[in-house]
Write a new protein. Structure first.
Length: 73
C-alpha cells in the first residue's frame, strides 16, 4: 500500500509517517517509480509506535522496544 493508504488506516499523518521512516522506525520498500510501499505489518508497527508514544516513551526507546519484539511477516 502507498503512504496515503497507511495514513488512512492508522490515523497517522503522512508527514509523521515520513518522520518515523527518517527516524528508522519504518522500513518501506520502494517501487520502480520510487513510491514507498508499505505492508499490513507496517500498519501494525505504526499502531505500536502510536501506543508507546502515547504512553510517554520517546522515539529512541520505542526503537529499542520494536527491535526486541518478534517480527511477523
Amino acid at each position: 500500500m502507498q503512504i496515503g493508504k497507511l495514513a488512512e488506516l492508522t490515523g497517522v499523518s503522512i508527514r509523521m509517517l515520513r518522520y518515523y521512516e527518517n527516524a528508522g522506525l519504518l522500513h518501506p520498500t520502494r517501487t520502480e517509480t520510487c513510491y514507498r510501499h508499505f505492508t499490513a505489518q507496517d500498519a501494525d508497527v505504526v499502531r505500536r509506535i502510536v501506543m508507546l508514544n502515547r504512553s510517554g516513551f520517546t522515539l529512541p526507546v520505542i526503537s529499542s522496544v520494536l527491535e526486541s519484539l518478534p517480527v511477523t511477516r
